[in-house]
Design a protein around this ligand. Sequence first.
Ligand SMILES: *Cc1c(COP(=O)(O)O)cnc(C)c1O
Length: 375
Amino acid sequence: MVADLRWAWVEVDLGAYARNVSRIVRAASPSATWAVVKADAYGHGAVPCARAALDAGASGLCVATVAEGLELRDAGIGAPVLVLGEQPPEQFPAAVAARLALTASRTDVLGALSAAAQSAGVPATVHLEVDTGMHRVGAEPEEVAALAARIASDDWLDGEGCFTHFAVADEPGRDDTTAAQLAAFRDAVRACGRAGWRPRLLHAANSAALLRGLVGGADGWIVRAGIASYGIDPDPSRDEPQGFEPVLSLCARVSHVQRRRAGEAVSYGLRRPLDRDATVATLPLGYADGLRRDAWRECEVLVGGRRRRFAGTVTMDQSMVDCGDDPVSVGDEAVLIGAQAGARITANEWARRLGTIGYEVTCAISRRVPRRWVA
Ligand SMILES: *Cc1c(COP(=O)(O)O)cnc(C)c1O
């Protein structure tokens, strides 16, 4: 495809990703690992990552939308897939027919799922989400018994799992809150049992909780691991979690080179006059590709193995880099995230400089940037 020849691309190291997943599988064991590949695997490519994760020992996959689940099924992936979060009931028939497990936390959702299952002629696989403190979605703990009884009494509902989600597992020094959520979740699971429903799978931990050893239980418990599998620490003050490898690189080739004089400025606003004569390299990558427009203030780019500042504002499709007096030619490779000649810039470095988290940095890289998967 001509798009793949673009002078801007993402390289995804599937070998590194697979090693990270194996590491998680070993750390979580005897709990099972489900790889979170929502949002196109955090920008890394859902289908190749899903396949690599399953080969590396993941037992299932998590996505955020029905369309993301169907993309995996259309690619021939038959492994268990859980759609996290509430979905429009109009999508239930397609989701049930594709054997996607759906999240539910209200009786109206259970009713709609049961109806979709009856018309599809196959039971709907359900995971009940309990809100133990995140306060995003999920059933209130006092509603759990009634929901569990509803699941237990309906043959069209296969109540496979029960789960909760942590609010502060990624923040150092707040493990007490996470432990309290885990305790509330265990209470909810006991309430399910008293109501006559015993879910086969229980899950709470995300990457951060796994890294802190707050998984919950062993047999029948699963870990939903996303960010660590991509070699990014959930805490942006660190780069990779200990022992994990970075997976994604964001690269471009220099598309134009110009020599500018001291006092001249480049790009919209002409905001950063050069303090000396300098060679300015243009990269064909801009905010429509997911570089934040204000990245030019703080972020750096590798060209010729050295860190460089942006010479001016990031534009929609291009950005300019100050290369000083170093030789630069059209076609030279630039690395925005990744390594070059021993120098390295991580997604979490971008996150720190932009006041966000690594998740947002890689998820923001738009579909316009072709992905290259290497083994
Ligand atoms: C995104 C998500 C995860 C994965 O979290 P990581 O921090 O990337 O490991 C797990 N569970 C739920 C409910 C999520 O929405």
